[in-house]
Design a protein around this ligand. Sequence first.
Ligand SMILES: [Mn+2]
Length: 210
Amino acid sequence: MTPPAPSSEAGAQTHRSAQLQRKTAETDVRLGLVLGATGAGARVTGVGFFDHMLDLLARHGRLDLDVQVAGDLQTGAHHTVEDTAIVFGRALSEALGDRSGIARYGSALVPMDEARASAAVDISGRPFALVEANLPPGATGGFDHELTEEFFRAFANAAKVTVHLSVQAGTNAHHMIEAIFKAFALALRDAIAIDATQAGIPSTKGTLTE
Ligand SMILES: [Mn+2]
């Protein structure tokens, strides 16, 4: 990861970023994240379609995202996808700090040719993932379609956010999963954006991390 450039976010008091590594017997995940950025960085997980999805997430979520994963792909992509999501979620949580000044909520509806997906995000402090997606069985580019739900569940748990995702239309799994990741990226981008009218932590409870 290149050293963080000066923040491009108007009103941001500090640079919102995180650099994490998580190593287990199954995977070694190194991840660098900068919020409110441009989509820079390299995503190298060993799973081609997953790299493609992380590229979309970074670009449309305005995240600089470096991801290097050495996973036990001989067992399939499951551990690699799940553990990447865990580290991404932890990094997002760390980069958001106490959540001061963020919009908190975001939602998006994205078409991808014949497919259409929606996403709603609440940086709530309460982990929850609802994924409504009747994806065709099988795998694309080494990525089992069922791992889509695994990714978002692991992310929501690690980041302590609420995520609702729905595929409303589609027949092609590549398009349907891509629409989900794009909708999620746009919803997340809005939810984590600095809102200049937001004084302090956007919660009547006074905290989004407890
Ligand atoms: Mn594509």
